[in-house]
Design a binder for this molecule. Structure first.
Ligand code: ASP
Length: 623
């Protein structure tokens, strides 16, 4: 039999009471986390968002409540009314903030019962993620999830407050809109009123925020949902939240300072000091040093070890002397067995025209001096893992050799990125051995402690990557494709080479990365209609197509558009890092599976035929 709530009101939360409250009469409400029946005494651990408090039903103190407690089960919702009392010295639980007290209940109300849950929210780790997602409301009751959403809230709030204090307005932009190209497929919404036409859900508010700059709003931001239909991974969801911003008259550095400010505020909100400014590195340099455009700075980069070899040695090793020869070093991994090396080989992408030399012992037999030199160049200690990645003289991949002073060719980038990706794989695989990620785990799990404050700079390694190329070479078509969305401005001094030498054109585009994860990207935009048109043409978008898709924007550009630029950062990814989570699903309340399915509400789903009819849609059978 369930009880009515009547006029009872909760006086305290389940995380609140301490020894100093002993003697108070209180009313607590929450879920039964665990129940222990000791005959005349029944203990109920009562849980809510704030913590857990022990309730005691003593047959003598509560002759009516005690028999009810016999029937209470985990996840029942109850109200306990009684006196706070100090626990005996031997019963104190130092692990619980409320561990010094318990409630001697005089009255117990069973407000609701619960089916036996498919898993217990009292448990720390639940293996089956599908069950967690289907019963998300039970999963979200777990302490870990409540913590993740507490920090998500704090982070978003700190960012809002920071940006607002800097003069940014939060302005909403439409969800039912036209396509906003960010490199993914659109989610489309059919229009009932205009048969055969579709809205697209925004991949980002890109054009709206630019139009807000044309509208004189000066500084805009929005913590906004974006929608991208692309293949999902642990760090990708079809709908995700961006901290989106745009400013009038900025230099790149102006945008960086704003982001550094709000990032430091967000980290401070969860008790972690994040030093600013963040380091900056040009794209080519990032590729040279790390072989990737989102380097994890917690581990050493690549070393150019070509000077260790003579031309003859390179030739006898089958190494292309025109391409980079680099060492990947992972500290403290120790020597690998032959089996381990074989197991690692599939992690190396051989399609990039690169070759891997992973048996340095063997290499040493033939070229002892070279190996000594390359050890020295890479600063390797005796127990560091060292492997060599170089261009394979035997495979010439389809790529462009075009380059200009100081920049890398596509072919060089391919070799460096094979090395960079292998470095990431090895770093992940041997995390226990090199220990470089442990400091991050320690800090996220003990924020606010002196250690966390001191180690913030070691644990979180943000950096700006700048000067990306404007175009990418497509080996299949042999043409140059836009590397970013088409509103990104080229460097002013590279403009005259847009058509004659596209490979050499740098974009005023930047990424922010942290610990090997891309957190966001942005750019200084094109603000002149003539240049925008030129870029559309350079990207192979005809005048007609540009007019059809972006006519409104080309028109708006002609009404006094100020120079402007901005950026968007993934809020979910920032929270994921600060929660020490391995997937975005841990920090999004109602996420989708890798197949873009919401297992709780069972979406997507079929709809009634009448609905389709209204939308003028006729499904076709799947081939
Ligand atoms: N639209 C973003 C920008 O500010 C980029 C993005 O959404 O990834 O450039």
């Amino acid at each position: 039999m369930l009880d009515f709530l009547g006029t009872h009101q909760r006086t305290h939360t389940c995380g609140e009471l301490r020894a100093a409250d002993a003697g108070k009469t209180v009313t607590l409400m929450g879920w039964v986390n665990r129940r222990r029946d000791h005959g005349n005494l029944i203990f109920l651990d009562l849980r809510d968002r704030y913590g857990i408090t022990q309730i005691v039903l003593d047959k003598e103190i509560s002759p009516e409540g005690h028999p009810k407690a016999e029937h209470v089960r985990p996840e029942y919702v109850i109200a306990a009314i009684g006196k706070v009392r100090s626990r005996g010295a031997d019963a104190i639980n130092p692990k619980m903030p409320t561990g010094e007290i318990e409630i001697a209940a005089t009255e117990l109300l069973v407000l609701n019962d619960s089916k036996v849950p498919p898993f217990s929210p009292a448990e720390d780790a639940i293996q089956n993620e599908e069950v967690r997602l289907k019963y998300r409301y039970l999963d979200l009751r777990r302490h870990e999830m409540q913590h993740n959403f507490a920090i998500r809230h704090k982070i978003a709030l700190a960012i809002r407050e920071y940006l607002s204090a800097q003069g940014f307005y939060e302005i909403e932009t439409p969800f039912l809109t036209a396509s906003t190209p960010e490199g993914a497929r659109d989610y489309l919404v059919p229009s009932r009123v205009s048969p055969g036409t579709f809205y697209a859900l925004p991949q980002s508010p890109q054009l709206f925020k630019q139009i807000l700059m044309i509208s004189g709003m000066d500084k805009y931001f929005q913590i906004v949902r974006c929608f991208r239909d692309e293949d999902l991974r642990a760090d990708r969801q079809p709908e995700f939240t961006q901290i989106d911003l745009e400013m009038t008259f900025p230099q790149q550095e102006t945008v960086f300072a704003v982001v550094e400010g709000f990032m430091a505020a967000a980290f401070a909100a969860v008790g972690i000091a994040l030093p600013t400014p963040f380091p900056r590195i040009a794209y080519d340099e990032a590729m040279r040093q790390f072989g990737i455009d989102k380097p994890d700075l917690r581990l050493p980069g690549l070393t150019d070890i070509r000077p260790a070899f003579t031309a003859e040695q390179l030739q006898s090793l089958g190494i292309d002397p025109a391409l980079p020869v680099v060492a990947v070093r992972i500290p403290k991994v120790g020597e690998l067995s032959r089996k381990e090396r074989d197991d690692n080989r599939p992690l190396f992408e051989s399609k990039k025209g690169a070759k891997l030399i992973d048996d340095l012992k063997r290499l040493e037999k033939s070229f002892p001096e070279a190996v000594e030199k390359l050890r020295e160049l890479s600063g390797a200690a005796a127990d560091d893992l060292l492997v060599i990645v170089a261009g394979d003289a035997a495979t010439h991949i389809e790529a462009s050799d075009t380059k200009f002073a100081g920049r890398l060719s596509e072919r060089e980038i391919a070799v460096l990125s094979a090395a960079g990706n292998f470095r990431v794989e090895l770093a992940r695989k041997y995390a226990d051995r090199h220990g470089a990620f442990a400091v991050t785990d320690a800090v996220v799990h003990a924020p606010g402690t002196p250690d966390a404050l001191a180690d913030g700079a070691l644990a979180f390694r943000p950096l700006w990557v700048t000067d990306f190329p404007m175009f990418e070479h497509d080996p299949e078509t042999g043409s140059w494709q836009p590397a970013h969305h088409p509103f990104t401005s080229p460097h002013e001094e590279d403009m005259d080479r847009l058509v004659s030498d596209p490979a050499s054109v740098r974009a005023r585009y930047y990424d922010i990365a942290m610990n090997g994860l891309e957190l966001g990207s942005g750019s200084i935009r094109i603000h002149r209609q003539d240049i925008q048109q030129q870029i559309f043409r350079a990207l192979g978008i005809s005048d007609e197509e540009a007019k059809k898709r972006f006519g409104f924007f080309l028109e708006a550009l002609q009404y006094g558009t100020p120079p402007h630029g901005g950026i968007a950062l993934g809020l979910d990814r920032i929270v994921m890092i600060l929660a020490g989570a391995s997937s975005l699903r841990e920090v999004i309340a109602f996420p989708k599976t890798a197949k873009a399915i919401d297992l709780m509400v069972d979406a997507p789903s079929t709809v009634r035929e009448s609905q389709l009819k209204e939308l003028h849609i006729r499904p076709i059978a799947r081939e």
